[in-house]
Ligand binder design. Structure first.
Ligand code: TRP
Ligand code: SF4
Length: 402
């Protein structure tokens, strides 16, 4: 099985072109290379929208329709909703016990967001814990890669630290010591003595030769000892290195190059700024919105020459137009050879062309919302199998599997 990718989005309602080009397009691409888990982070949405939870339910399923419209294939990707998996909350609680407060207070998004979202009271326990909940989301699926924007790097970094700390604290519990002793007992007396000798040597002198010999013995046991399991190998390798068992896997952020599409006014595209085009926006509205887009403020009359660098339409050309069209627009702008409405037409056409398959793929689900619920249900059950397994390991490591 290929490595697992995991990512989530908060259900902010209908997604727009910025979401598609900045994230979703990449999610679709990753499906062909990895085992992908994508989920709706509805609890994360509550950290900022705890006063208006009623908008979340509709947004959850609208967002899943947008994902499918963009090309996420529910047969290939596991699509689910965070709140249907209380295991995330359990892991969050257990991780919270040993996570220093300072780690959370120092996450840069914490103070930034409190500053930015001044109209909301974010001096809450839940908001401080946001990145730790995100760590639980990631660690519970032992994800190798997490595709996220640069703004989320610090959350993935925190996740890695939390995993390391957990493994350090609980990778050597009494239960694991007993399991390790059982694995050692499966070896012959000579092999057990040999293994102990290499482990001691590596521990005391850091001899890489001893480490290699110990590893060699584990490999030999794996192929020769009857009743030997992969878990036995993992236990002994952890014992040998003195690192404890790796219970939680450190993930890596995946910052694949994404296309930056600004909003209609050149600022970041966001529904709350009123400068967005929804993925499934009505074609007439798309046309109207682009036609009303501001252009180079210094190009007042049709006869004034303009500068594309001062114009947000030009940034759209860079995402949507081929080279010849870009050259036509840039030179026509600088020579006043074309008018702004003329310049915008290829952009309108390209957006409508991009949106057509989205609309088509979404329609069956808009006609039958029940089907969306079923997809989420199926994805949730698939995710639950993995989440339960990790929680079994976590509880055992912490001595909570009574
Ligand atoms: N914090 C992410 C965002 O705002 C959403 C998110 C929640 C997430 N849990 C996650 C992303 C786990 C990746 C992995 O975009
Ligand atoms: Fe912008 Fe095009 Fe008008 Fe130039 S011609 S100002 S690039 S819309």
């Amino acid at each position: 099985m290929s490595a697992r990718v995991l990512s989530g989005m908060r259900p902010t309602g209908a997604l727009h072109l910025g979401h598609y080009h900045g994230a979703l397009k990449n999610w679709v691409r990753l499906q062909s290379q990895y085992e992908c888990f994508y989920f709706v982070a509805d609890w994360h949405a509550l950290t900022t929208h705890y006063e208006s939870p009623e908008v979340i339910e509709r947004n959850v399923f609208d967002m899943v329709i947008d994902w499918i419209a963009a090309g996420l294939d529910p047969e290939r990707s596991t699509i689910f909703v965070q709140s249907r998996l209380p295991e995330h909350a359990e892991l969050f609680t257990l991780l919270a016990m040993g996570t220093p407060l300072g780690w959370l207070e120092r996450v840069p998004t914490y103070k930034d967001q409190i500053e930015k979202l001044k109209d909301k009271d974010l001096a809450t326990y839940g908001f401080l814990g946001y990145p730790l909940l995100q760590a639980a989301d990631i660690l519970i699926y032992k994800a190798a890669y997490v595709p996220v924007g640069e703004d989320q790097s610090s959350h993935v970094e925190l996740t890695r630290e939390v995993a390391r700390r957990f493994n350090h604290l609980y990778g050597r519990s009494p239960a694991l010591e007993a399991q390790t002793a059982e694995a050692v007992a499966k070896l012959s007396k000579d092999d057990a003595r040999y293994f102990e000798k290499q482990r001691k040597a590596f521990g005391e002198t850091g001899s890489t030769e001893a480490l290699a010999k110990g590893e060699g013995l584990v490999r030999k046991a794996a192929s020769q000892v009857s009743g030997w399991t992969a878990a036995d190998s993992e236990l002994l390798l952890g014992h040998l290195r003195g690192s404890g068992k790796t219970i939680l896997t450190e993930p890596q952020a995946l910052h694949t190059e994404v296309t930056k599409l600004p909003g209609l006014d050149g600022a970041k595209m966001s529904k709350s700024y009123g400068n967005a085009i929804a993925m499934r926006e009505d074609p007439a509205v798309v046309q109207d919105k682009v036609r009303r887009m501001p252009t180079d403020p210094q190009r007042v009359r049709r006869t004034d020459a303009g500068d594309p660098e001062r114009c947000p339409v030009w940034q759209f050309h860079q995402v949507y137009s081929d080279k010849p069209t870009q050259e036509w627009a840039a030179s026509g702008c600088k020579s006043a050879g074309i008018g702004c409405l003329e310049c915008k037409q290829p952009v309108i056409d390209a957006i409508l062309k991009e949106q057509a398959p989205w609309r088509e793929r979404a329609q069956p689900y808009l006609n039958n919302r029940q089907r969306v619920h079923e997809i989420v249900q199926e994805g949730t059950e698939r995710a639950r199998v993995v989440a339960r397994e990790t929680m079994g390991d976590v509880r055992a490591a912490m001595g909570l599997s009574y």
